[in-house]
Design a protein around this ligand. Structure first.
Ligand code: AHN
Ligand code: ZN
Length: 329
């Protein structure tokens, strides 16, 4: 008779321990599913500065080629399969630009893919500088170019440490910023911008490439930057805008990702949408009160590391990681 209650206690203990083990396993697997890495803003800052230290990355210059080699080397170190898509592209004035789109694939076998991109070239003209004597100086491009690439390099480093369930392709697009300068007396031409993207979207690599959606970063490093819901993004991929802005809100970054419509901008995402048929949005700093629509140092000699802030890099990078690691195949 004494044995019965004892075995009952054992049975109860076994049952309860079993159910608590099952519960903690369930919790653990839920947490593993939502294990979103921490974006390191110092690292993104350093990747941005390293590019800037090469000098302006204007196509056909030594700094451009050296920085390109650095980017390829880093992405290979992060375990990506890297393709360099080289092409000679014609600028608005007939100049032939030796262009190089740097395409890095993570988890290339995965069917469901996300495209992340940013331009890595610098503009050859400071055509919005307050001093006209600087119009033919190249832009250093700390914010306009290097910041987007810097954030994506840190995302790549995170991808190398923890693989998400979807595949990710990161393209550093070239020859974005050779568009018709303001001082040119002839016609402005929309198609003079984003030459590298226009080439990629009509000569897709990897072959037959498709992604569920794309996110372009452009000028994502300035202190207190404001990203509005850019109009071309809203027209082509409103659900992706909502996904990104909701993730930013969840992470506490709504001061950067403003819940308000912005202007329409001719940027790389327009050609990804139009020519490659991939719904793509643009996270781009807009200043709705400035005459150009952009910050005062845009396309001037003041686009330097002094205008790069780790908190902005963090807001953009952490939001991207949330979106990537939550996406289901
Ligand atoms: C135009 O000015 C037409 N588009 C801006 C695209 C751009 C230039 N983004 C950075 N630099
Ligand atoms: Zn620019």
């Amino acid at each position: 008779m004494k044995l019965f209650p004892f075995s009952l206690i054992i049975a109860i203990l076994a049952l309860s321990s079993c159910s608590s083990a099952a519960k903690s396993n369930k919790q653990a697997s839920k947490e593993t599913m939502l294990n979103i890495p921490q974006f390191n803003a110092d690292s993104a800052y350093l990747y941005t500065k390293t590019q800037v230290d090469f000098g302006p990355r204007v196509p056909n210059t030594k700094a451009h080629d050296e920085c390109g080699a650095y980017l390829v080397n880093q992405m290979e170190r992060f375990g990506a399969k890297v393709i360099q898509q080289k092409a000679d592209l014609k600028a608005y004035d007939g100049t032939i630009l030796h262009s190089n789109n740097i395409i890095s694939s993570f988890n290339p076998a995965a069917k469901t893919r996300i495209l992340l991109c940013a331009h890595w070239d610098s503009r050859p003209y400071c055509d919005h500088d307050p001093n006209p004597a600087n119009y033919h100086q190249p832009v250093l491009g700390a914010n306009d170019g290097a910041s987007g690439v810097g954030v994506l390099m840190e995302v790549a480093r995170q991808l190398s440490q923890q693989q998400p369930t979807v595949g990710v392709d990161i393209i550093f697009l070239d020859s974005e910023d050779d568009g018709t300068p303001d001082f040119y007396k002839g016609a402005q031409d929309e198609n003079s911008w984003c030459l590298g993207t226009q080439y990629w979207a009509t000569h897709l690599e990897p072959a037959n490439y498709h992604a569920r959606f794309g996110i372009l970063l452009d000028m994502v490093g300035a202190p207190n930057a404001t990203f509005y819901k850019e109009q071309e993004s809203m027209n082509n991929a409103p659900d992706i805008v909502a996904k990104v802005w909701n993730q930013a809100k969840e992470d506490g970054f709504s001061a950067f990702f403003v819940d308000q419509d912005g202007g329409a901008i001719t940027d790389d995402h327009v050609f990804v949408n139009r020519l490659a048929g991939i719904p793509c949005i643009d996270i781009i700093q807009e200043d709705l009160n400035s005459p150009t629509g952009f910050a005062s140092y845009w396309h001037t000699t003041h686009d330097t590391m002094a205008n790069i802030d780790r908190t902005t890099l963090l807001a953009v990078g952490q939001t991207l990681l949330g979106v990537i690691y939550k996406e289901k195949p």
